[in-house]
Design a protein around this ligand. Sequence first.
Ligand code: DC
Length: 220
Amino acid sequence: MTLPPVIAIDGPTASGKGTVASLVAEKLGFHYLDSGALYRLVALASEKEGIDVKNGPKLGVLAQKLVISFEKGQIFLNGENVTEAIRTEAIGLRASALATHTEVRSALVGLQHGFRQHPGLVADGRDMASVIFPDAILKVFLTASAQARAERRYKQLIAKGISAKLDDLLRDLQERDARDSSRGAAPLIVAEGAKVLETSDLSIDQAVKAVLDWYQSKGA
Ligand code: DC
């Protein structure tokens, strides 16, 4: 039996890949994997258990035993709804730090492969095209300037009533970009054969259309 097709969408933090990937999945009737959420779940759980972010072996064991479920856009960790709790800047930075450990990355591979179900999957993250789904039918590297990404994140937070400073957000995302791109294990890279989509001046609809057009041009 042939494996369901995968569209892999990688990119830096706040590039809009989550929004674009979930809309593409919706349009095609495909499943959706937000792989960053898995690293954020390990970040939240390890913070609760007081595990040092430098302790790769202990974090790997923790990542293996997490009971995670995704239901109708809500995310549950060991039965608790943590959809909002994993979205903070602090959890994002912690996730980026612990994602450097191979023990953590390997513990999450099987879980990610499990999302590949018929009729297909749209997966977003940092290493979807390079490591997790190297046979993806379409590989997209979605990006935008650091300034544009910081402004988007700022607007999202303010809209949610969360106070934020643009300068702090810009500094945090540059720190995260540098770490995600320079780490030894599965760094954020433009995978071979990936199409680069620069979204600084694109609307969400335009970005979604570009991905769908590429997918259709694959004869899918
Ligand atoms: O996409 P995000 O901001 O929710 O991801 C949070 C962190 O998780 C990111 O800074 C690095 C890590 N991550 C990763 O290493 N590999 C992935 N496929 C997805 C996220």
